[in-house]
Design a protein around this ligand. Sequence first.
Ligand code: PGA
Length: 260
Amino acid sequence: MSLGFCRNNYVKIANMKIIIGNWKTYLDSPKEAKSLFEKYKILSKKKNVALMLAPSHIHLLPLRSSYKGKSLSFVAQSLGFSGAHTGCTSARQIKETKVDMALVGHSEERARGLDDEGVAKKVQEAHKSKILPIIIVGEHKRDSEAEHYKFVRKQIQSALKYYPANKPLKFIIAYEPVWAVGAAKPPSARDIEMMMIYIRKTLVKLFGDRKGRSVPLIYGGSVNSLSAASILSLQEVSGVLLGRASVDAKELEAIISKIK
Ligand code: PGA
């Protein structure tokens, strides 16, 4: 089942836990990608799980075109613009491969030079191309002054500044504190919950109660089979974005097994 842009799918997903596997560039060969993909196909059949796969673009196309099922969804790791943009994959090209979701603003992309304005333009381009953006926000560090809340709020406001306020909100917000990506462990469940409540309030302020509450919020950054259950049980958390655990079949299976 693809969450995509279809309204019914979007409503349906609200009752499921979203698990996104961000394969980054962990897998070199198409053979490795194909073999892990087979595992994803099996795991995607589990009830109450919306399993989504974000391979690098070179693996995305063959995997997407070989897939005839409905339970697994595909996500591009990034999207770009059409025209003279060497080395990019445009939102429209992604859409043409029947992929209708994309990560926007991952910290690893921001570290390569993508700024807040670039994120906002990509969100706009995604919307125009009918691709659902998974907008990634998160602070670089935490301090005692709770500046990280303000930082995340500004990232959200900026990412959505071109988003048409009169339209239904078709995006997901992924909170990924940069310091927790690729780290030993995630923040405590309580810290994650506090930030998620804050993000929810930010969305409600921006778009009103009904619309602000319709946006799925997910967490990413060092999620593994030990931390997944407590994170997934948080009220405001609709799912998790996995990096390393997404290319470890055993870990992935263990995480999915926590979903009832
Ligand atoms: P990690 O990566 O799970 O390996 O920390 C998460 C991500 O970058 O999305």
